[in-house]
Design a protein around this ligand. Structure first.
Ligand code: AOF
Ligand code: ZN
Length: 357
């Protein structure tokens, strides 16, 4: 897309795209393997006629949902979509044809569809005489709700967010093994918000044996305090030697659980990708995180740092295969947020040339 294309966009369309980006954020974690997409239909005066979002996997695409809401008024209207309308028949029909049949005469989309099977929607629409503007707010959308999906399509593996909580001196538990209440309640709620937008939560068998975590989403997304949120991510435990006992909390009926008996992170991710998982939250422990990091399989780091000092106790990260300062994984910090007295840091590894990506 040239910048001249983006300049063609109207203020109302740009505002609609920002609105759509927000709608798409609201369905993160609910559409995989499909991308979380949102569409807004505008009348020629730029007024919002309707909107739609991608339905859970196998369901309708955003454009179809929006067109359904708008009905006959779509004739001569503009569709503003976060992702290029698909041009293929997958589990649903092509959105390009639905837009044409509805009489849409202008389409604005932010990000081109990288899926070769579905791509080409912009060209198809142009060929049918529709005005197409590609690229407005591309960065906002690509760095927002679509980011894990875009990443996973490019790499053919899920996007991996590694989350940990530690004291200011980098410890995830005290010397006596106690690890509860490192971070404060605000941070703990924030973790549930994070779990709420991923497809799967991954831990190692050690974490299950030591902490017996539930790995569910509670108290967010409309659920009352402490109550289970309606949609739960898949719980995954990497347990090569089948050490996790059947009475572990992860095997309760609050959510689905998968045991993977591989020691190779790449194989684990492949198995999850094949199940339609596009965004994984890696929650522990320190050694599993080290293995992922060493393999170049961590795409985002979310750290909750509590202003506490222990001076002894296990580290938040172990055995990442690094012995010298020159080999340290360098992170690019994208966000620093205060959660009460805790500090949340969101960062991504800046990969040296030759490594994955
Ligand atoms: C759109 N609008 O809302 C979404 C799109 O198997 P299907 O038919 O559901 O197609 C899945 C593909 O369609 C997916 O990989 C991506 O390329 C595109 N998703 N496209 O026009 C949407 N979710
Ligand atoms: Zn579609």
């Amino acid at each position: 897309m040239s910048s001249a294309d983006a300049a063609e966009v109207t203020d109302a369309e740009l505002a609609a795209m920002h609105h759509a980006a927000g709608l798409a954020r609201g369905i993160a974690g609910r559409t995989s393997p499909n991308p979380p997409v949102a569409a807004v239909i505008l009348d020629p005066a730029g007024r919002r006629l309707g909107e739609g979002v991608t339905q859970p996997a196998g369901g309708e695409h955003a454009e179809v949902m929006a067109l359904r809401e708008v009905g006959e008024a779509a004739r001569g209207a503009t569709a503003v979509v976060t992702l290029e309308p698909c041009n293929h028949t997958g589990r649903t029909g092509p959105c390009t044809e639905a837009l044409l049949a509805a009489g849409i005469t202008r389409v604005v989309f932010a990000v081109s569809d990288p899926n070769p099977l579905a791509a080409g929607g912009g060209d198809r629409l142009r060929a049918a005489g529709v005005e197409v503007v590609a690229g407005p707010a591309r960065e906002l959308v690509a760095e927002g709700a679509l980011r894990p999906w875009l990443h996973s399509v490019a790499l053919s593996r899920p996007f991996v967010t590694w989350k940990f909580a530690s004291t200011l001196d980098g410890r995830s538990a005290a010397a006596d093994g106690t690890s509860k209440w490192i971070s404060n309640p605000v941070s703990r709620t924030d973790v549930h918000e994070l779990r709420d937008i991923v497809d799967a939560i991954v831990v190692g068998s050690n974490t299950v044996l030591l902490d017996d975590p539930q790995l569910t989403v509670r108290g967010v997304g409309g659920a009352a305090d402490g109550e289970l949120t309606q949609r739960q991510p898949l719980r995954v435990v990497i347990d090569r030697r089948h050490r996790v006992p059947p009475d572990a909390q992860i095997f309760d009926d609050a959510a689905e659980t998968l045991v993977l008996d591989t020691a190779v992170p790449r194989f684990a991710l492949k198995a999850l990708y094949d199940r339609g998982i596009r965004h994984v939250l890696l929650e522990g422990g320190a050694t599993l995180a080290g293995a992922f990091l060493e393999a170049g399989l961590v795409d985002e780091v979310v750290a909750y740092i509590a202003p506490k000092l222990l001076g002894a106790g296990p580290a938040a990260l172990n055995d990442a295969g690094i012995t010298s300062m020159v080999d340290a994984v360098t992170l690019e910090v994208s966000d620093v947020i205060r959660l009460g007295d805790d500090v949340k840091i969101v960062a991504r590894p800046s990969r040296p040339a030759g490594q994955e990506e």
